[in-house]
Design a protein around this ligand. Structure first.
Ligand code: BDR
Ligand code: CA
Length: 305
C-alpha cells in the first residue's frame, strides 16, 4: 500500500485523481494534500482541495497550502476556459466548512518524509514548486523519499501549452529541473501517455450509468474540461499506484529547458539504452497505457464513492 502526499493544483483532472485515490483505500493512503499555484491561483487550488475532500466526506485528510508563484518567472495568464474561473468547471461545487492547515506545504512535506524515511511517495500533479523548495530547504529528504510519481512533461510528443511544453513544466520549469535532476526514483506521466488516456463520448455515456452525486459532479467537471474528448492526465498518477500493469515506459535522463529564449519548458530525454545519460539520474518515462482498462478502473472505483 502506498502512503502518499498529493501535491496538486485542482483543477478538474486533479479532482478526479484525488477521487480515484479516495475510492482506493486498499492501495492508497493519502497522508496529506499540498496545494500549489497552477491551474488557478493558490487560494483557489486550496479552496478546491478542501471542496473535493468535503464532497467525498474525507475532511480527515489535511490540506496544506504551498507556493503562490513559480520560483523564477511568473506563469502565463491562465486560460479560464480550461478548468473554469473557479478551477472546478464553475459548477457551484459546495464549499467546505473545514479549513486548511496552518503549516506550509513545503514544511509538511519535509517533516513527513523525515518522520517516515523511505515510506512516503510524492505525487506532484501540478507545477513542482513545492517539491523543489522542499528539496532545496532540506536536501537530506532526497534520499528518504520512497518515490516520486508525477504528471508533467512531453518527452516524445508535442506540448499543450507551448509547442514543446506541457503546462505543469511550463509554469515552473526551474522547479521541474530541480526535481528531475535529483536522485529520487521518478516515474513520469507526461503527455506522451496521458493524451491517450481519454474519456471519449462513448466512455462518458458508460460513466453516466453510475449516478451517485459524486459521479454526477465528476462527469460534469470532466465534460466542462474536455469539450470534445477529455484527457485524464492527473488520474494516471493515482491509477498507476493502484495498478501499475496498466502502463509501460522507458528509462531516460530528463532535462528541462529553462531558457526563455529557447524551447522554454520542454522536457528532453537522453535514452539510457544509447549509453549516453548513464551518468545522470534516470527517470521512468511512461509512454503507453491500456486506456480501456484504465477507464474501467476509474469507472468501477468512482462508483464506490
Ligand atoms: C496538466 O495541466 C493541468 O491543466 C492538468 O491539471 C494537468 O496536471 C496537463 O498538462
Ligand atoms: Ca494538475
Amino acid at each position: 500500500k502506498s502512503r502518499i502526499i498529493v501535491d496538486c493544483d485542482p483543477g478538474v483532472d486533479d479532482a478526479i485523481a484525488l477521487l480515484l485515490a479516495f475510492a482506493s483505500p486498499g492501495e492508497i493512503e493519502i497522508v496529506g494534500i499540498t496545494t500549489v499555484n497552477g491551474n488557478v491561483s493558490l487560494p483557489l487550488t486550496t479552496r478546491n482541495a478542501l471542496r473535493i475532500t468535503a464532497m467525498a466526506g474525507r475532511q480527515d485528510i489535511p490540506v496544506y497550502p504551498g507556493c503562490s508563484r513559480p520560483i523564477i518567472l511568473p506563469g502565463h495568464p491562465r486560460e479560464p476556459s480550461v478548468h473554469g474561473l473557479d478551477g472546478l468547471g464553475d459548477l457551484g461545487v459546495a464549499d467546505a466548512t473545514h479549513e486548511a492547515e496552518r503549516q506550509h506545504a513545503v514544511d509538511f512535506i519535509i517533516d513527513t518524509v523525515l518522520r517516515e524515511p523511505g515510506q512516503i511517495t510524492l505525487c506532484p500533479i501540478g507545477p513542482m514548486t513545492n517539491i523543489a523548495l522542499a528539496l532545496i530547504k532540506e536536501p537530506s529528504i532526497a534520499g528518504k523519499i520512497k518515490a516520486i510519481v508525477l504528471m508533467g512533461g512531453a518527452v516524445f510528443s508535442p506540448g499543450n501549452t507551448a509547442t514543446d511544453a506541457e503546462f505543469n513544466i511550463w509554469i515552473d520549469p526551474h522547479a521541474a529541473q530541480v526535481v528531475l535532476s535529483s536522485d529520487i526514483p521518478i516515474t513520469m506521466f507526461g503527455l506522451d501517455v496521458t493524451r491517450h488516456a481519454t474519456l471519449t463520448q462513448e466512455r462518458f455515456e458508460r460513466l453516466e450509468r453510475g449516478s451517485s452525486p459524486i459521479m454526477k459532479t465528476a462527469i460534469a467537471m470532466m465534460r466542462y474540461y474536455g469539450s470534445g474528448d477529455a484527457s485524464l492526465h492527473d488520474p494516471c498518477v493515482t491509477a498507476f499506484l493502484i495498478d501499475p500493469t496498466l502502463f509501460k515506459g522507458v528509462d531516460a535522463a530528463i532535462e528541462v529547458d529553462c531558457d526563455p529564449a529557447g524551447t522554454y519548458g520542454r522536457t528532453r530525454a537522453t535514452p539510457i539504452e544509447n549509453g549516453a545519460g548513464k551518468d545522470r539520474p534516470t527517470c521512468h518515462v511512461i509512454t503507453e497505457v491500456d486506456d480501456e482498462r484504465l477507464f474501467q478502473l476509474i469507472d468501477q472505483r468512482l462508483r464506490l464513492l
